[in-house]
Design a protein around this ligand. Structure first.
Ligand SMILES: Cc1cc2nc3c(=O)[nH]c(=O)nc-3n(C[C@H](O)[C@H](O)[C@H](O)COP(=O)(O)OP(=O)(O)OC[C@H]3O[C@@H](n4cnc5c(N)ncnc54)[C@H](O)[C@@H]3O)c2cc1C
Length: 501
């Protein structure tokens, strides 16, 4: 069998693995990065919204620093169940990473950064930092490109289509990682190992243990379900006796979004506060709108409690006309609110979207002259839906939702046909947690000690979030954690005088 050796082996050439590998190489280490996919970058290629603290970039702009207040508030939010030393280290490393990256980025790209708070600080009052949050073309892609170029100049071997699959253990000692490569099975030997495989969402066995209902649910396909996210890191961690923290593992499930897809025309309409949402039985189950009143990254759990995890948005002609008028009036607010509704076009145009969706796929949208006709077309209980709409209309007349206490200002009756039903879908933004790390990103053993030579970072590493009823409560958002933890793991595994953190 082929054998290769290096000082630092990185499993996973996504956001955190690239940062970790390049940072270690900067300290003179011979680094090999194994990437399962045909391309480097992983989910980081699509990410853009981040939190950065204490960077030179922020200091130069005299941006007030809120790091310590942020840490205290986030420790409160996560019930002080996290290691504060790890949290501090990770929060401060966001800025150290950004300064380090900036030193290798072009002036042209650096000029694209604008001082803004993290996009999900609602209302916007969080730490202002550098942001380029163009959808699928923002800062994540810029980081990946810089890491690849800088890594090449440092001689980092970045091997694509190489998938790490098992630990090689001899005489009780971790010797290497067995990987599938284009040349066949290869053992990669190392002094230090950094595990950065990202999410495990495509491993049904793991998902089945963490959230079995997810496997049966109809989930919108997106880049968070990259086929490479097959969770070999968890197998390897178990083989070497690392602490796999099952309590930290969670799937983020969001929704509903319109079945026509995230960012389709109908998806905006699905965010209208005034719509009603029913399940397959034709019954309401929540005070609409769920988003933004409830953490938008958690609402999928409410949907999972419904029959077949299905949900439907229901509209009538008169309701739609009023919603359209409201969005035009609220246009200015929509510009400043992440979940704000952009102004919708005229009723005829919106109905055109509905008809197109119905023609393309009758399970996406159903239109009927009566509510029962629309319900039957969509395959939901027509009698129940009629009763639900009648009850809702009487609540609207009274100005009080006696069932779910929806805010009266958001209630519009559905009295005039045609009626429209748009199917809602679950969505996900990934699977997180698994391998427990300390403040240096060293992996814990089952015994409670840490390995001297095994690190983990990014989505697969646990330490910056807790799981509360299946919901991730986190100190740092995903890309910030990936970059900061990768930077720390790379700095620590590089062990040299350059280590500053
Ligand atoms: C569409 C999209 C948008 C996002 N937007 C944001 C955002 O705006 N803000 C935010 O905070 N976060 C965002 N994220 C999340 C963020 O991208 C991730 O948290 C981050 O990329 C995690 O870094 P990582 O290195 O752990 O995983 P990744 O960047 O996904 O890298 C993991 C890599 O490991 C590889 N791999 C897997 N198994 C193996 C194996 N056995 N051997 C070798 N390689 C393997 C994978 O192919 C992948 O390339 C987004 C993610 C996606 C997909």
């Amino acid at each position: 069998m082929v054998e290769k050796s290096c000082d630092v082996l990185v499993l996973g050439g996504g956001g955190s693995g690239l940062v970790a590998g390049v940072r270690a190489a900067e300290d003179g280490k011979k680094v090999i990065i194994l990437e399962k996919a045909k391309f480097l970058g992983g989910g980081m290629l699509f990410a853009s919204t981040m939190r950065t603290f204490k960077s030179r970039w922020q200091k130069e702009r005299n941006i007030p620093d809120q790091s310590e207040k942020f840490i205290r508030e986030m420790m409160d939010f996560t019930m002080w169940r996290l290691d504060i030393e790890l949290v501090k280290r990770a929060v401060y490393a966001t800025g150290e990473f950004f300064d380090w990256y900036s030193a290798h980025e072009s002036e042209e790209n650096l000029a694209k950064y604008e001082p803004r708070p993290y996009v999900f600080d609602i209302p916007t009052n969080g730490q202002v930092g550098p942001q380029v949050d163009k959808f699928h073309n923002g800062s994540g892609r810029m980081f990946v490109n810089v890491m690849i170029e800088y890594g090449k100049s440092l001689g980092v071997e970045m091997l694509t289509e190489c998938s790490g699959k098992h630990a090689v253990i001899k005489d009780g000692k971790l010797q290497g990682i067995l990987a599938d490569t284009p040349e066949g099975e290869t053992v990669f030997c190392f002094d230090k190992l950094i595990i950065a495989n990202g999410s495990w969402i495509k491993n049904d066995e793991i998902v089945g243990k963490v959230l079995p209902k997810f496997l049966e649910a109809d989930v919108e396909k997106n880049a968070h379900q990259n086929p490479a996210y097959t969770g070999e890191a968890i197998t390897i961690a178990e083989e070497i006796g690392a602490f796999v923290d099952w309590d930290s593992m969670c799937l983020r499930i969001m929704g509903p979004i319109a079945a026509t897809g995230d960012r389709s025309d109908l998806d905006n309409l699905a965010h209208a506060r005034e719509i009603i949402l029913v399940n397959e039985d034709g019954k309401r189950f929540v005070a609409e709108p769920m988003v933004p009143r409830i953490d938008p990254f958690a609402t999928g759990h409410i949907l999972l409690m419904q029959p077949h995890a299905k949900s439907y948005f229901v509209y009538s002609k008169d309701m739609l006309e009023k919603i359209i008028a409201l969005t035009k009036a609220n246009a200015a607010k929509a510009d400043t609110d992440v979940f704000g509704m952009p102004p919708l076009p005229d009723y005829e145009v919106v109905v055109g979207w509905m008809s197109d969706a119905e023609k393309k796929n009758p399970s996406w949208c159903a239109i009927g002259e009566t509510i029962e006709e629309a319900a039957r077309k969509m395959g939901i209980n027509a009698d129940n839906l009629k009763a639900t709409v009648d009850k809702y209309n009487s609540c609207c007349d009274k100005g009080e939702d006696t069932e779910f206490f929806k805010e009266a200002k958001d209630m519009i009756a559905l009295k005039e046909g045609p009626y429209f039903i748009v199917a809602g879908k679950l969505s996900t933004d990934g699977a997180f947690g698994g391998i427990r790390v300390d403040k240096d990103m060293k992996v814990y053993r089952n015994s409670g000690e840490v390995f001297d030579n095994v690190y983990a970072c990014g989505d697969i590493a646990s330490g910056r979030h807790i799981v509360d009823g299946g919901v991730k409560k986190q100190v740092l958002n995903d890309m910030s954690w990936a970059l900061a933890s990768g930077f720390i793991a790379g700095s620590k595994s590089g062990i040299s005088s350059k280590v500053t953190i």
